[in-house]
Design a binder for this molecule. Structure first.
Ligand code: GLN
Length: 476
């Protein structure tokens, strides 16, 4: 059972060609058939079928149907869903169940979406390959010897393999966009504050955003419309009005649109096939009337350096709550309280998470605060100023999503610094808080997907998705 997108699914449900139960059953069967790919950490067989039955009854009673009626959605393992396991792909949360729904979950439910399961990820969303999962890696749907990207690797693989129509992920430095690029789908990180973080397990709170992975820009826009907006439970959520994104997308014209192409996003050592495919995509925008404008932005390497100081600082504080006393795993063999804390954390966290907690604690320590943390905050401000200035002269900033195509499972696990560079082009938008999206632009000579990355000004998600949709249509 294949769909061209949600419009197609919805019209077939409304015309009664299909029932919700048939649709959800087909998705669940595909999920089961892909079990060995390790994409899901939990599958909601019973709950999803029950929900489908309720929705079918709704249509029979002639009731009004929600905006996402019958849409099968997968949820990353770091977003709370009442009564469902919440593991963040970490041993330290083993056995833990969420006690409440995240705001995004409540809003999706209210519009009649159906949750099919929870997706694998890098532990606590720290990583770029999904290999830092306590549950093991996920293969890339286009080449099983390679990674699907991360940290929302399970969400990206689920959508790319047709196991869900849309998936929620979280994006702190690229975790929705980079896996979307690696899996040939659309990955949207909205403006910081656009979607409530209530119920999203915190990694680095001043960067974290729930993001949307979908097969096309219309589905991403529709889901954004449903979950965006002010939430009294998250003080950092924005009051900015939520647009009718699909209407805004329809108004976007490429004629005279100024596309900023920074040299910082096309360094000399960039993979030649990635740069060739991305430039070819941008040339198609030009052929449709857009103007490509060379612009100057600070080198993205500085963004990576600042990012890994700021996020590790925030993570070291956010992850202090996992101590064996309140959630999940508790080390069985500890003779006193402080050993219980130490042993639980030592045994419960994986290597990358521990590396970051130590790094973060170090950069926040008395003698080093000014040298590292304060300096990184200053770099963050410089990036914010430069990106704002750049977007006074262009409508959108474009470049590759990732400096290289999907890499082999195991290839970068011994070299954390090289792994950190996987996000060199996605981290700047996270540092400044602007919305960004990855759109498929084609395949390299090995048949591996490559994505284009677009950044727009604050709250311009509609315009950005409108550009992205046209770009995607030119590249198919
Ligand atoms: N790969 C980046 C990191 O490890 C981004 C992660 C994310 O966006 N959650 O921090």
């Amino acid at each position: 059972m294949q769909f061209r997108g949600y419009e197609d699914l919805r019209s077939r449900l409304v015309s009664r060609e299909l029932t919700c139960q048939q649709v959800i059953e087909a998705f669940l069967q595909r999920i089961d058939a892909h079990r060995e790919d390790n994409i899901f950490t939990a599958v909601f067989h019973d709950a999803a079928m029950l929900r489908a039955r309720e929705l079918d009854a709704k249509i029979e009673r002639g009731e009004a149907l929600g905006k996402l009626f019958g849409m099968p959605i997968a949820i990353k393992d770091n977003i709370s869903m009442a009564g469902a396991p919440l593991g963040c792909a970490s041993k330290i949360l083993s056995g833990y169940e969420s006690v409440y729904d995240a705001t995004a979950i409540m809003r999706l439910s209210a519009e009649d979406a159906v949750f099919v399961g929870r997706t694998n990820m890098d532990e606590f969303a720290m990583g770029s390959s999904n290999e830092n999962s306590a549950l093991g890696p996920v293969p890339n749907p286009y080449d099983k010897s390679r990674v699907p990207g991360g940290s929302s690797g399970g969400s990206a693989a689920a959508v790319a393999s047709d196991l869900a129509m849309v998936a929620l992920g979280s994006d702190t430095g690229g975790s929705v966009r980079q896996p979307a690029g690696f899996c040939n789908i659309v990955g949207l990180k909205p403006t910081y504050g656009r979607i409530s973080r209530y119920g999203l397990v915190a990694f680095a709170s001043s960067f974290d955003q729930i993001g949307i992975l979908a097969g096309n820009c219309d589905d991403a826009a529709l889901v954004l419309e449903v979950i965006a907006g002010k939430d009294d439970r998250d003080a950092t959520s924005s009051r900015h009005a939520v647009d009718d994104y699909r209407a805004v997308m329809g108004e976007v014209s490429l004629k005279g649109l100024r596309v900023g192409v920074p040299s910082a996003f096309f360094p000399e050592d960039l993979n030649a096939e990635v740069s060739g495919l991305v430039m070819a995509g941008l040339k198609k925008l030009e052929a449709a009337g857009a103007e490509l404008v060379e612009i100057e932005l600070p080198e993205s390497d500085f963004a990576i350096a600042a990012y890994y100081i700021l996020v590790t600082a925030e993570a070291s504080s956010n992850l202090a709550r996992f101590d064996g006393a309140r959630y999940g795993y508790r080390s069985p063999a500890s003779e006193d309280l402080s050993k219980m804390y130490v042993n639980s954390r030592t045994e419960g966290f994986g290597e990358e998470v521990k590396r970051r907690i130590m790094l973060g604690t170090y950069v926040l320590s008395a003698g080093y605060y000014d040298t590292y943390y304060k300096k990184a905050q200053q770099v963050r401000r410089v990036f914010q100023d430069r990106y704002r200035e750049a977007l006074e002269n262009v409508d959108v900033i474009a470049g590759p999503t990732s400096p290289f195509p999907p890499f082999g499972i195991g290839d970068k696990m011994d070299n954390p610094l090289e792994m950190y560079l996987a996000d060199v082009f996605t981290v700047p938008a996270s540092i400044v808080g602007m919305p960004a999206v990855s759109v498929p632009v084609g395949f390299d000579s090995l048949g591996l997907p490559v994505g284009v990355h677009l950044i727009c000004n604050f709250f311009e998600e509609g315009k950005m998705l409108g550009i992205a949709r046209q770009l995607q249509s030119f590249c198919q």
